[in-house]
Design a protein around this ligand. Structure first.
Ligand code: GLN
Ligand code: ZN
Length: 769
């Protein structure tokens, strides 16, 4: 192994590319198919065109080996379920009758059959469909799609490498099928699954694939010795196959840790490793195991998660070090480019200077190619690119957008006292009781009321110039009047203004904070045909003017009952944005917290006695490795306390989170020091209430009693039963009555009926106390 030959061989690749097309053609075709406006053939041909366009784009940019199998009509984990024949029993007939319709039935359900559950793909904002497995599961290989897509790419004259979800990750992401005991471990099916992978690999080999990539991101999470043994066994067996392509095992999103020696020793032909962010630890770990002699290393040095230009010199230094550690070093992005938007050059509203700091999928591809050229042919062959990159990095580092001295001075001056309420909870609770005068079991909602067609039309009219700002605001005010009048009539105790003015709970604030950028075309797949445009947290954050005060004040002017102010918390602002990579997340969170603190204080000054700061993302942002969690929770909870720490003792701070499982962060929830928390609980029959009680949670809590995920109206007696169950865990003085989450996706008829039942149930149970 010589450094020189490894360098001369440096090739370029990526593991996946955005699927949607430049104008979200895929979304339009799929939704058109669902509505019967696009035929199955039409859908297939749009999809094939998009795949071809992506491969051509990659090849023209200089990518030597294009990925196949990264495309999906909905989700690549669902595609893997099809590939291994693990279609749930309840969907078998539909899939047999019509593969495409059956596929979409698994993804979305039908009137009669429930879909697969959806959950987040590691710590990204992409959601996959969870495989359902059990002791009876029989796998069967179906490589047709993989083979067909590989052949399509080869047909264009390209070198292609199929990319599959690896067997370990597939099983580790699965859950017990309905009816299977909850303690069933899908990993026990490994011996049954491996022959299926062997068959798919043989089929791809027969089709001409030299390399196949098996993605094992589950190995960057903490794994038990048994799981690591399973990984070793899986790759020993797959490696020992005679009729197989070369195997490239890929991991990303974090460091491999104890799984690195396992994979390094495995009889596979190459590893693809992430060297960005906290995964940079892979470098030392790789050196510690003696590198990958005789193997191919694909080095993910360009982040596939963020949208910032790469520091090319730094990446070249990493690549240079890696040259001594493997037979062949290839260059790639750290993970599939699915997680970033397609093309920064499509943005028209971002200042040209700032646009140069950004790299979306297309730009990242170019960075990969430039780095490989520098590695193979010497840095002087990319001198112009390096100079331009240095200039862009310098412009970003020196810009008043990224460095606002006032924001920095303020953040630096924060003291422990700023992140603490002035009085302990017990005193605050008494002051709030006196100030608010609420009944026992007070009723409230989580914030949003139905986002009606009229509201969306009003926003579209404003954008199109059909109405002016004043006209738009009149429509919002009319909606607020309606929402307040309904809540008064229904008899709710703590009202909300309904969030009619918000398109999205992060974007709405991002648009009003200095330091955030918005994109016009920066779509990223969230799940299926749902795409989001996360705002870009680009610079130092400040709040030039109040963001919500006028709406809350207007609502408060209409009623004598307390109206709850409604804000999105700092962690959620970060989690659902592209965040800057040039300072620790903790510093960014602190800046956002200070901006939100101004809003909280202004709401209080305007007469708001109850203020809710939503943190639905607190749990989903937990680092993948347990060792990194205490550090995260420390800055995350501090940011919340900094947001809310400046208010009077008699101002009541609420928070809200959207999930029912949080035993692992109950201490962090207590550390928020909020006076009241609302959580999802209706579907789990108040499990949350029991968990809070078991952990001695010392605050008021509103476990949801109305499942807002469907239009179903809960009956009054059903809600009353949930409240009685809640009361067994949480005393009446500390129990709130509210839905699971906001009502923005609901219609008015079911919202009205459900909230009336909720109030009636609260009154009834109060009478029983
Ligand atoms: N206040 C927000 C709403 O009601 C909370 C949404 C959320 O937690 N995701 O819509
Ligand atoms: Zn929620």
């Amino acid at each position: 192994m010589t450094t020189k030959s490894a360098a001369a061989a440096a090739r370029t690749t990526v593991y996946g590319y955005p699927r949607q097309g430049p104008n979200r053609e895929l979304k339009k075709a799929i939704e058109g198919y669902w509505k019967g406006r696009v035929t199955a053939d039409g859908l297939r041909s749009t999809a094939a065109d998009l795949r071809r366009a992506n491969w051509r784009q990659l090849a023209e940019a200089g990518i030597d080996e294009v990925p196949t199998g990264d495309f999906s009509y909905y989700d690549h984990v669902l595609d893997t379920t099809v590939m291994v024949g693990a279609v749930p029993d309840r969907h078998r007939d539909a899939v047999a009758a019509d593969p495409i319709d059956g596929y979409f039935a698994m993804a979305r359900g039908t009137r009669d059959v429930a879909p697969l559950e959806m959950t987040k793909w590691f710590d990204t904002n992409y959601h996959y469909l969870v495989p359902e497995l059990g002791p009876e599961t029989v796998f069967a290989a179906d490589s047709a799609q993989q083979v067909a897509e590989f052949e399509e790419a080869v047909g264009l004259g390209l070198t292609a490498r199929p990319v599959l979800v690896g067997p370990l990750t597939y099983l580790l992401l699965a859950k017990p099928a309905p009816g299977v005991p909850a303690d069933f471990e899908p990993l026990t099916l490994l011996d049954r699954l491996l022959p299926v992978y062997a068959e798919v690999l043989a089929d791809l080999r027969a089709a001409g694939a030299e390399w196949v990539q098996l993605d094992e991101p589950a190995l960057v999470q903490d794994r038990t010795p048994a799981e690591l043994n399973a990984a070793a066994r899986a790759y020993r067996e797959l490696g020992a196959l005679t009729d197989r392509p070369k195997l490239l095992v890929a991991s990303y999103f974090d460091r491999l840790g104890e799984a690195l020696p396992v994979l390094a020793k495995a009889p596979v032909d190459g590893l693809a490793l992430d060297f960005t962010g906290s995964a940079a630890a892979n470098l030392e770990a790789l050196a510690a195991v003696g590198g990958l002699p005789g193997k191919r290393l694909v080095a993910g040095v360009v982040s596939g998660r963020n949208i910032w230009v790469n520091d090319l010199s730094k990446s070249l230094a990493t690549l240079g070090t890696l040259l001594g550690l493997a037979d062949r070093v290839d260059v790639s992005a750290s993970c599939s480019l699915l997680h970033v938007p397609l093309d920064a050059s499509a943005e028209r509203d971002i200042e040209p200077q700032i646009l140069r700091w950004l790299a979306f999928a297309r730009q990242k591809t170019r960075e990969v190619v430039t780095l490989a050229k520098g590695l193979a042919q010497g840095t002087d062959t990319i001198a112009a690119e390096l100079a331009a990159n240095r200039a862009d990095l310098a412009s970003r580092a020196g810009s008043p957008v990224t460095r606002n001295p006032d924001v920095r001075a303020r953040a630096a001056a924060v003291t422990g006292a700023d992140a603490r309420r002035s009085r302990p909870y017990a005193e605050r609770a008494a002051a709030q009781r006196a100030h608010l005068g609420l009944p026992l079991l007070p009723t409230t909602t989580i914030g949003s009321f139905p986002q009606t067609g009229e509201l969306r039309t009003a926003r579209a009219d404003l954008r199109a110039g059909r109405i002016d700002t004043a006209g738009y605001e009149e429509r919002i005010k009319a909606e607020i009047r309606e929402v307040i009048a309904f809540q008064e009539k229904a008899g709710l105790d703590v009202l909300v203004h309904g969030e009619a003015e918000r398109n999205d709970m992060v974007q709405y604030f991002a648009e009003q904070l200095t330091g955030y950028l918005a994109t016009q075309h920066g779509w990223v797949q969230s799940y299926g045909t749902r795409y989001v445009r996360p705002p870009i947290l680009a610079g130092d954050i400040s709040r030039p003017a109040p963001m919500t005060v006028r709406w809350t004040s207007y609502a408060q002017s209409l009623t004598s009952r307390p109206v709850k102010g409604m804000l999105t918390g700092p962690v959620t602002m970060l989690a659902w944005s592209f965040v800057r990579d040039d300072q620790p997340l903790a510093d960014t969170a602190r800046q956002v917290a200070l901006a939100l603190r101004d809003e909280v204080n202004d709401l209080e000054a305007a007469g708001t006695s109850v203020i809710q700061v939503d943190e639905p993302a607190l749990r989903e942002t937990l680092p993948l490795r347990a060792a990194d969690r205490p550090g995260y929770l420390s800055w995350a909870t501090e940011a919340f306390r900094l947001t809310t720490g400046g208010v009077r003792p008699d101002t009541q701070v609420h928070t809200h989170m959207c999930y029912a499982e949080f035993g692992d962060i109950v201490q962090a929830i207590a550390d928020l020091d909020a006076d009241v928390i609302s959580l999802e609980a209706a579907r789990s029959h108040m499990q949350v209430a029991r968990e809070l009680a078991a952990h001695g949670y010392p605050r008021e809590a509103g476990p949801g009693v109305y499942d807002i995920h469907s239009p179903r109206v809960p009956g009054g007696e059903e809600v009353a039963e949930l409240l009685r169950t809640g009361l067994k865990a949480i005393p009446a003085e500390r129990l709130w009555v509210n839905p699971d989450c906001g009502l923005k996706t609901r219609g008015w008829p079911e919202t009205r009926a459900s909230l009336e039942n909720l109030v009636a149930a609260a009154r009834k149970v109060r009478g029983e106390l």
